[in-house]
Design a protein around this ligand. Structure first.
Ligand code: ADP
Ligand code: MG
Length: 728
C-alpha cells in the first residue's frame, strides 16, 4: 500500500482511548477559570464589583480609577491560578478569534521586576492588527485599530493566559469585528422589546435575547486527516468515492458513542466546564464519525463568545486525542453535512421567556405578540436572513439538496397555524365583548394545552418554531454565530419598534383599548406574512416552484445571497437601528465576497494539485502494471492474447480516458481561474469563481473517483472514505 496512507492507517488503527479521570463533580468545576460573579465578590472591592455589575446589567460606564481596582483584582486572581500572560481576546472579521499575549512581567526603573496589570491595560489595547481584514475601513480612515473591554462577557483563563473579551474598532469608531455590531443589535432589541413587553407587564426593565447553539462536527483520525492534502488545506475532501456503507442503515444516529470519541467528549466537556461553557448534550449524529455538542442556552453575547471559544477548544482537545475536528459544513460527499442550529428567544429581567406560552390569556397574548412579530420580521427581511448565513462552505448544504434549502421559510406546526387562522378572523376595529371572551378563553387561552402535543418537528425547515423558541437551522457549522445573530436581533428590534408605533397609534387615534389594538395589528400581520409560512417538505422541487410563485427568494450561492447585505433596505435598517453605518456594512460585504473568492481559489488549486500529483501518477502506475500483464499474456498466448486479456485492455483504455479528462478539465479550470483573477470588480470576480471555476470541481472529481474504483487499492495514496469515516 502507498506508504503514507499505509502508515496513517496503521497509526490510526493502533490508537487507544485516552484515559479520562474525573474526580470532581461537573458543578464543582463549572466556571473555575472564569472571573464570574462569585470570583469577583472575592477579589474586588464592593465599589469595583458594583461598577462591573452595573456595566453588565445597564451598560453604564466604568471610570479609569475603578478600572484600576478591577484590574488589580483580576491580576491577583489570575496569578493565584498560575497565569503568566494576558490578552485582549477578540473576533476580527476572519470569523475566528484573535489573541496577542503580553506577560504581566515588567521591569521597573530601579531594576527590580514585578507582575503588573493596570486599568489601562484592562480597558484598552492597541494591537498591531493591520493584517486583519477591514474591508477598506482603515485605509479610508485611520490606520490604527484598538480593542476595548466588553464587561458583559467575563474574563477567563485559557491555558496560562488571562483572556479579556473585547471589541475591535478603528480610531474613528467603525467596528472592525463581529462583537461591536452584535452588542449594538442586542441593545436595539433590548430597547424595542422592553417597550413592547411593558404592554403586558409594567415591571419589565430589560429584555435579553437568548441563544442555544447546537454544534455539529466530524472527528477524523489525525494521521488520516494529515495524509489528505484537501482536508489539511481546505477542511473538506475534494474527492473520494462514497464507501459501500455510508449512513443508509441509520445505525450511527444516537447510537452508542465509540470509546475513543467518548474520551474526547469527556475531556472537552471538562475544559468547557472550567471555562464556564455550560455544555449539556452529546450524541452521535446521522453521518458516520459525525457528532453533536449542545450547551444550555445563554444570553446571546455570551453564547456567541462561548461558541467561538468552543471551536478553538475543540481543536486543542482534539490534538490530545489524535483527532482532527472537522467543522466544515460538507466535509464528505454523499453523507450528511454539519450545521449549527441557533435556538433563539428573548427573556425579560422578570424571568419570562417571551416566546413561551404562559398560564394566563394575558401571557399568551404576550407570547403571540412576540411570536407573530418574529414571523413578520423574518418575512420582511428573508433575503437578509439568508445572506447572514452565506459562505462558500455553507453553499454545499443550502439548496444543494441537503439540510435546509436556500429559501427562507418558517415552520410553526399545525396547532399554531390553526391559532393564526382563528386570529385572522378578528373583527376590524374594537372587539365585541363576546368576541373578546371567545378569543381569550378559547383561542389564546388554550395555546399551552394544544402545544403540548406539538411534537411535529419538520427537519427540512430552515427556521422552525419549537415550542418556546425559534430554531434557525440554516446556520453553518463553521460559522461565527454573531453574523446571523446580528441580523436576527436587528430585524426583530426594527419590527418591534414599528409594532409599538402601530399599536400606540390605534390606541390614541383609534380610541381603542390596548388589547383590541394589539389584536388588530397582529391580525394584519398574519394576513401579510402568510407567504413565509411553510409546513411541507423543504427539500422538494415543488417547494422551490411554490416559493417562486410566492415571491420568496432562492439565492443558492454566496455571491448572489450576499448582495442583499448591500441593498438600500439593509443600509436603512442597520442605520436606523444604530447597528452599523453604511461604511461598516459595505466593509463586511467586501470581506465576505473576498473570502468567498479565496476559498474557491484555494480549493481549485488544491484539487488541481491532488488530481495531477496523486491521482494521475497512481493511475499510470497501475496502468503500467496492466500493460506489463498484457505483454506477458501476449508472450504466452500469442494471437489469443487479445481475447484472454480483453478486460485488462479495456481497463487500460478506460484509465487513459479518465486521465485525459482530468488533465483537460484541470487545464480548463486553471484557465478560468486566471480569467477570474483578472477581473477587477470584486462582485464579478466572485461570480466568475462561482459560475465558471467551481463547476469544474464536480467534473474533475467524477473522473478521479472513477479511477479510485479502478486502481489497485494497494497503490492508492489517499486515505479512502471508509477509512476516514469508520476509523475511530
Ligand atoms: P432539541 O432541539 O435537540 O430537541 P432542545 O429543544 O432541548 O433540544 O434544545 C436545543 C437547544 O435549545 C439547547 O441548546 C437549549 O439550551 C436551547 N434552548 C432551549 N430553550 C431556549 C431558549 N429559551 N432560548 C434559546 N435557546 C434555548
Ligand atoms: Mg435542535
Amino acid at each position: 500500500m502507498a506508504i503514507i496512507r499505509y502508515q496513517a492507517l496503521k497509526e490510526a488503527l493502533s490508537r487507544k482511548p485516552v484515559v479520562i479521570v474525573e474526580n470532581e463533580k461537573r458543578s464543582a468545576l463549572f466556571g473555575q477559570n472564569v472571573f464570574n460573579e462569585a470570583t469577583m465578590r472575592q477579589y474586588l472591592t464592593p465599589d469595583a464589583f458594583k461598577a462591573v455589575k452595573s456595566a453588565v446589567d445597564y451598560g453604564s460606564k466604568i471610570d479609569r480609577k475603578v478600572a484600576d481596582y478591577i484590574a488589580m483584582g483580576m491580576k491577583e486572581w489570575a496569578l493565584s491560578k498560575g497565569v503568566t500572560h494576558y490578552t485582549h481576546w477578540f473576533q476580527p472579521l476572519t470569523g475566528a478569534t484573535a489573541e496577542k499575549h503580553d506577560a504581566f512581567f515588567e521591569t521597573t526603573m530601579d531594576g527590580s521586576v514585578i507582575e503588573k496589570f493596570g486599568g489601562s491595560q484592562l480597558v484598552q489595547q492597541e494591537p498591531d492588527a493591520s493584517s486583519f481584514p477591514n474591508g477598506g475601513i482603515r485605509n479610508t480612515f485611520e490606520a490604527r485599530g484598538y480593542t476595548a473591554w466588553d464587561p458583559t462577557s467575563p474574563a477567563f483563563i485559557y491555558g496560562t493566559t488571562l483572556c479579556i473579551p473585547t471589541v475591535f474598532v478603528s480610531y474613528t469608531g467603525e467596528a472592525l469585528d463581529y462583537k461591536t455590531p452584535l452588542l449594538r443589535a442586542l441593545h436595539a432589541i433590548d430597547q424595542a422589546a422592553t417597550e413592547v413587553a411593558k404592554y403586558f407587564d409594567k415591571n419589565v426593565r430589560k429584555v435579553v435575547p437568548t441563544l442555544g447553539w447546537e454544534q455539529e462536527y466530524f472527528l477524523v483520525d489525525k494521521a488520516l486527516a494529515d495524509s489528505r492534502p484537501d482536508i489539511a488545506l481546505t477542511g473538506r475532501t475534494l474527492l473520494g468515492h462514497a464507501p459501500a456503507k455510508g449512513q443508509q442503515l441509520e445505525d450511527h444516529y444516537f447510537g452508542s458513542i465509540p470509546s475513543r470519541v467518548l474520551a474526547y467528549m469527556r475531556d472537552l466537556e471538562v475544559e468547557c466546564m472550567l471555562l464556564g461553557i455550560p455544555v449539556k448534550t452529546r450524541h452521535n449524529e446521522v453521518a458516520p464519525n459525525q457528532f453533536e455538542l449542545a450547551p444550555i442556552f445563554e444570553e446571546v453575547n455570551l453564547a456567541v463568545d462561548h461558541n467561538s471559544l468552543l471551536m478553538d477548544v475543540m481543536q486543542k482537545v482534539g490534538e490530545r486525542h489524535a483527532f482532527r475536528v472537522v467543522l466544515h459544513e460538507k466535509p464528505f460527499a454523499g453523507v450528511n453535512g454539519s450545521g449549527k442550529h441557533n435556538n433563539w428567544s428573548m427573556a425579560t429581567d422578570t424571568g419570562v421567556n417571551l416566546l413561551s406560552p404562559g398560564r394566563t390569556p394575558m401571557s399568551n397574548l404576550q407570547f403571540l405578540t412576540f411570536f407573530i412579530n418574529t414571523i413578520k420580521a423574518v418575512h420582511d427581511y428573508e433575503e437578509l436572513v439568508r445572506a447572514s448565513i452565506a459562505s462558500a462552505s455553507n453553499d454545499h448544504r443550502l439548496g444543494a439538496n441537503e439540510a435546509p434549502p436556500a429559501i427562507i421559510s418558517i415552520f410553526i406546526g399545525e396547532q399554531l397555524t390553526k391559532v393564526l387562522q382563528e386570529l385572522e378572523g378578528v373583527s376590524d376595529g374594537k372587539l365585541s365583548p363576546e368576541e373578546k371572551t371567545e378569543l381569550k378563553l378559547n383561542v389564546v387561552g388554550k395555546i399551552p394545552e394544544i402545544m403540548l402535543d406539538n411534537t411535529d418537528r419538520n427537519r427540512t425547515s430552515p427556521f422552525a418554531f419549537t415550542g418556546n423558541k425559534f430554531e434557525f437551522r440554516a446556520v453553518g457549522s463553521s460559522a461565527n454565530c454573531a453574523n446571523p445573530m446580528i441580523t436576527l436581533n436587528t430585524i426583530m428590534a426594527k419590527q418591534l419598534k414599528d409594532f409599538k408605533v402601530e399599536v400606540d397609534k390605534l390606541i390614541e387615534e383609534g380610541n381603542m383599548k390596548k388589547d383590541d389594538a394589539i389584536f388588530n395589528v397582529l391580525r394584519e400581520y398574519i394576513k401579510k406574512t402568510k407567504n413565509i409560512l411553510f409546513e411541507g417538505d423543504g427539500y422538494s422541487d415543488e417547494w422551490a416552484e411554490e416559493a417562486k410563485r410566492r415571491g420568496l427568494t432562492n439565492n443558492k450561492t454566496t455571491p448572489v445571497a450576499l448582495k442583499a447585505k448591500v441593498s438600500p433596505k439593509a443600509y436603512a435598517l442597520y442605520e436606523e437601528m444604530g447597528v452599523m453605518n453604511r461604511v461598516e456594512v459595505e466593509a463586511r460585504y467586501e470581506i465576505e465576497v473576498e473570502e468567498y473568492v479565496k476559498k474557491i481559489q484555494i480549493e481549485g488549486r488544491v484539487l488541481g494539485d491532488i488530481a495531477r500529483n496523486h491521482v494521475i501518477p497512481t493511475a499510470i502506475r497501475y496502468q503500467n502494471m496492466l500493460i506489463e500483464n498484457v505483454k506477458g499474456l501476449k508472450s504466452i498466448f500469442e494471437k489469443e492474447y487479445e481475447k484472454i486479456g480483453k478486460e485488462q485492455i479495456a481497463l487500460i483504455r478506460e484509465i487513459s480516458e479518465h486521465i485525459s479528462e482530468i488533465n483537460s478539465k484541470v487545464e480548463e479550470m486553471t484557465q478560468e481561474r486566471k480569467n477570474a483573477n483578472r477581473i477587477d470588480h470584486a462582485d464579478h470576480r466572485a461570480a466568475a469563481y462561482c459560475d465558471k471555476v467551481k463547476p469544474f470541481f464536480e467534473k474533475i472529481r467524477y473522473h478521479c473517483d472513477k479511477l479510485e474504483l479502478l486502481v489497485d487499492d494497494e497503490l492508492w495514496t489517499l486515505a479512502k472514505y471508509r477509512e476516514l469515516l469508520f476509523t475511530r
